[in-house]
Design a protein around this ligand. Structure first.
Ligand SMILES: CC(C)(COP(=O)(O)OP(=O)(O)OC[C@H]1O[C@@H](n2cnc3c(N)ncnc32)[C@H](O)[C@@H]1OP(=O)(O)O)[C@@H](O)C(=O)NCCC(=O)NCCS
Length: 334
């Protein structure tokens, strides 16, 4: 029996609190105009005090389960893609499993920063096609606000908190066409210093006195200009690669569902694909870069607009620190 992995539910969650560009301009030397022109970002949502990545993830997962018309008892694996886990361990997925009332099925995190959801979809698709799981929850969730240096104007304006989730279901290919068609993933660790988040003076694994200095603060550091250039080049390459690998062309793409980091990067990729603006999902303006949550949040937004139709071809792509980058092709089947 040949199996295919279908997306049968999708949900997004953004914390209540909205922080506008004007509010940030009152804190650091920036302006609404600079942020909009350079990034397309107008506002971001920030998690409330005590609200963790797992809370955001569970909220998005509940919506995805509801759309799929199933409950947590029907799920047989749960994966959270995050770079801002609740704790170093146990995994955020373990917390989400508990918050959703699930028991027994495997739950684990994956760390591919902003590309975590795209990596997770590729990983789970392979496992599901091998027959390991029937129904899976894949969630991208982040509280990026907790690892930002709020005095660094070059990074604090770019990120936000949020979560997006999908329910994946494995079906016999003979029961209908559609589902995940294929994925391409890449990494290049040579660029790891261009975008990183350190913890105190280092990280849990390389700070000898970590246990005596538990008050270390995490913060993102980025050489934005270089990241921008490599992101455009890498994403342009991988979207072409995934289409060619699956015998498809740019003109067949109905929706580009890109990583929502910067409107100028998204525009460069849509131009590369010759896609008109109305075929590109853009949500970065209202939630900024939510890292692993950004692609499922964009997908959830697209689904909510009611424009998504059965048989349409979706191209998902993302790029993150490492660098890591990848793309998935999905034939919508609902
Ligand atoms: C961060 C980014 C928006 C900066 O835009 P840019 O056009 O590359 O701007 P530069 O970094 O060249 O900086 C230009 C100037 O703006 C200043 N600047 C940086 N942040 C600013 C802010 N928030 N407000 C006002 N000025 C700012 C810089 O200090 C610099 O000033 P200088 O010329 O006096 O030195 C852009 O590089 C980017 O989006 N990079 C990719 C980031 C990303 O997507 N990361 C996540 C990948 S998953």
């Amino acid at each position: 029996m040949t199996l295919a992995t279908h997306i049968v539910g999708v949900g997004g969650y953004l914390p209540e609190r909205i922080v506008t560009n004007a509010e940030l301009a009152a804190r650091v030397d920036t302006s609404d105009q600079w942020i909009r022109e350079r990034t397309g970002i107008c506002q971001r949502h920030l998690a409330a005090e005590g609200e963790c990545t797992s809370d955001l993830a569970a909220a998005a997962a509940r919506k995805a389960l509801k759309m799929a018309g199933i409950s947590i008892e029907d799920i047989d694996a749960l994966v959270v893609a995050t770079t801002t886990p609740d704790l170093i361990f146990p995994s955020t997925a373990a917390s989400v499993q508990s918050k959703l009332g699930g028991v027994g099925f495997p739950a684990w995190d994956i760390q591919a920063v902003c590309a975590g959801f795209v990596f997770g979809l590729a990983q789970l698709d392979a496992m599901m096609r091998a027959g390991m799981f029937k129904r899976v929850l894949l969630i991208g969730a982040e509280t990026m606000s907790r690892i930002l240096n709020w005095n660094d104007r070059s990074t604090c304006v770019l990120f936000g908190d949020g979560a997006g989730a999908v329910v994946l279901e494995s079906r016999n290919r003979a029961d209908g066409s559609g589902g995940v068609i294929g994925s391409v993933l890449h990494s290049d660790g040579a660029h790891r210093d261009l975008l990183k988040a350190h913890y105190g003076d280092g990280a849990p694994s390389n700070t000898p006195d970590f246990h005596t200095d538990a008050a270390g603060v995490a913060a993102i550091e980025m050489r934005g200009n270089e990241v921008f250039r490599i992101a455009v080049k890498s994403l342009s390459g991988v979207v072409g690669e995934v289409l060619a690998a699956n015998g498809l062309t740019e003109s067949e793409v109905d929706w580009l569902v890109p990583h929502q980091a910067n409107l100028r990067i998204i525009n460069a990729i849509s131009k590369r694909l010759s896609l008109p603006a109305e075929r590109v999902v853009i949500t970065v303006g209202f939630h900024a870069n939510t890292s692993a949550a950004s692609v499922p949040l964009a997908l959830s937004h697209l689904q909510e607009t009611g424009k998504l139709e059965r048989g349409q071809l979706l191209l998902l792509e993302s790029f993150g620190a490492g660098f890591v980058w990848g793309a998935n092709l999905v034939r919508w089947s609902l």
